[in-house]
Design a binder for this molecule. Structure first.
Ligand SMILES: [Zn+2]
Length: 224
């Protein structure tokens, strides 16, 4: 079973299990009917993405998340987090992120994190809020020093299509990530999760079925 911990594409093959991501919308209209898309028969994550925080609707957005978070198909809270390059102001992003961490704590579900150029802020929020639920940084493609700091602080790292490029940070650091902290994901990229498992098993020099077992066990450990 190939676990794809974060994707925006509902399609999957028989030997795959996706965690399909739902983004809480910003407008009254969309919030009322959300989730209105035909939800695929799969596991889900749901959260307020830092790009789509509506300052005037944040209460409704959080209320919607709080309602959905209890649903048993929702396996993770997020993607949520911090983005220095896009979205709401950083102080507002931090406030909404902290509130989502608290919701995740209430329902005891792990958090899938979007973090762009805000790792220091992320680390200080973790230090202040001290969540007990696991935190996975999705689409990680940063250098080894940053990876090691984050691993030291207890974060899990999920790597995506960047590992297909040999010179990427993600490909370079993959073998330094402890197996029990590793996930793979397709996110919004046009790649298949099996391609990523094959590449990762090649880089890690471990058989594909062993890598499958490792990541499946990580999933079971933190999401069930
Ligand atoms: Zn995403």
């Amino acid at each position: 079973m190939l676990i794809n911990i974060h994707t925006h594409n509902p399609e999957k093959q028989d030997n795959q299990q996706i965690i399909y991501n739902l983004i809480i919308p910003e407008t009254d209209e969309a919030l009322e009917t959300f989730p209105d898309e035909t939800i695929p028969n799969s596991w889900l994550s749901v959260g307020i993405h830092p790009w789509y925080i509506n300052e005037n609707k944040q209460k409704l957005q959080l209320e919607k998340l709080r309602q959905l978070a209890k649903n048993q198909d929702i396996k993770l809270i997020g993607e949520c987090g911090l983005d220095r390059l896009k979205g709401a102001s950083l102080p507002l992003q931090e406030e909404i992120f902290i509130k989502q961490i608290r919701i995740a704590e209430e329902v005891k579900k792990p958090i899938i994190i979007h973090c762009v150029k805000c790792f220091n802020e992320l680390i200080s929020i973790k230090k202040i809020v001290r969540p007990k639920v696991p935190m996975i940084i999705h689409g990680f493609n940063n250098n080894l020093t940053t990876a090691q700091i984050l691993l030291d602080k207890g974060f899990y790292l999920s790597l995506g299509s960047a590992i297909l490029q040999e010179n990427s940070n993600a490909a370079q650091i993959l073998s330094q990530i402890p197996h029990e902290k590793l996930f793979l994901e397709t996110d919004d990229k046009d790649v298949s999760i099996s391609e990523l498992y094959e590449k990762a098993s090649f880089i890690l020099k471990i058989p594909l079925n062993k890598l499958e077992d490792i990541i499946f066990a990580n999933y079971i450990e933190i999401c069930t």
